[in-house]
Design a protein around this ligand. Structure first.
Ligand code: GLP
Length: 253
């Protein structure tokens, strides 16, 4: 008989709506990182974390000392965009958060989208994470198809930082809204791997809205499988999910 990995129950924080999710998430991030001397956080893009970034940026008496010493990396990035391209996730993260709170440039860990050799670039990021002592907190969104970062269904559960080629049609469709058309969305990307996220000391998953209810239910109550990449989080002992009631529709039923 074979036994699978040990499974854990993520801590679920239930909130009423996206606004409360944003406030709770901002509080959680500061509480988790502020006690650490050299914290390393991973940041996602997307609609879900936007209010969290806004809350963190607007706090008048925010933890300035934290932003000065925080190492902040990106979860994922498209491949093949030149520096300054509006579609770069690194630029988006800088605009909505890092520039606003003043994360020093040398503390921003970005993929080089235009790297000549994307395979070498993902190795560089994986090694850099190790050199810096590992990730303290990885903040994650949930794709409609269950992806984490750009780890699409079928991604190996133990993979290091990797190239995802191609992105799924569903992912391209949902990201098209940002850039005004599916033809503007690059077809491949770099992403922290599911194995990389498993090795982070903690993970925070943010989920909002009824459209995600079905996939969140599969991730939290179905089998742990590459078909639902987010199900990997149940093999990690320190995962918090902040989700609104709409997204938890099936779980709370
Ligand atoms: C995108 C990103 C993910 C993000 C997810 C959810 O494809 N690659 O990192 O977490 O989709 O985004 P949203 O919060 O907009 O639903």
């Amino acid at each position: 008989m074979t036994t699978g990995p040990a499974l854990y129950e993520p801590k679920i924080i239930i909130v009423d709506d996206l606004q409360s999710l944003s406030r709770r998430a901002a509080g959680f991030v500061v509480e988790t990182l502020d006690p650490l001397a050299k914290p390393f956080v991973i940041l996602p893009t997307g609609t879900t974390p936007l209010g969290m970034y806004k809350t963190l940026s607007e706090e008048q008496n925010g933890p300035r000392g934290l932003w000065n010493r925080l190492l902040a990396g990106q979860l994922d990035e498209y491949i093949g965009l030149e520096q300054g391209d509006d579609r770069l996730f690194s630029g988006w993260l800088s605009r909505v958060f890092m520039d606003k709170v003043g994360i020093p440039d040398q503390n921003r860990v970005f993929f080089r989208s235009n790297a000549a050799d994307p395979a070498a670039e993902v190795d560089r990021i994986e090694r850099l994470i190790d050199t810096k002592g590992g990730i303290d907190l990885a903040i994650l969104g949930l794709g409609l198809n269950g992806h984490l970062g750009f780890n699409e269904p079928g991604s190996p559960l133990d993979a290091p930082t990797r190239v995802q080629d191609p992105l799924s049609p569903e992912t391209i469709a949902s990201n098209a809204a940002y850039w005004g058309g599916e033809d503007k969305v690059p077809s491949k990307a770099m992403t922290l791997g599911l194995g990389t996220l498993s090795r982070a000391r903690s993970n925070l998953l943010l989920v909002s809205g009824e459209a995600k209810a079905g996939i969140l239910d599969r991730a939290l109550t179905g089998p742990v499988t590459p078909d639902v990449p987010a199900s990997i989080l149940r093999t990690h002992p320190n995962v918090t999910v902040i989700a609104d009631r709409a997204a938890l529709k099936y779980i709370l039923a």
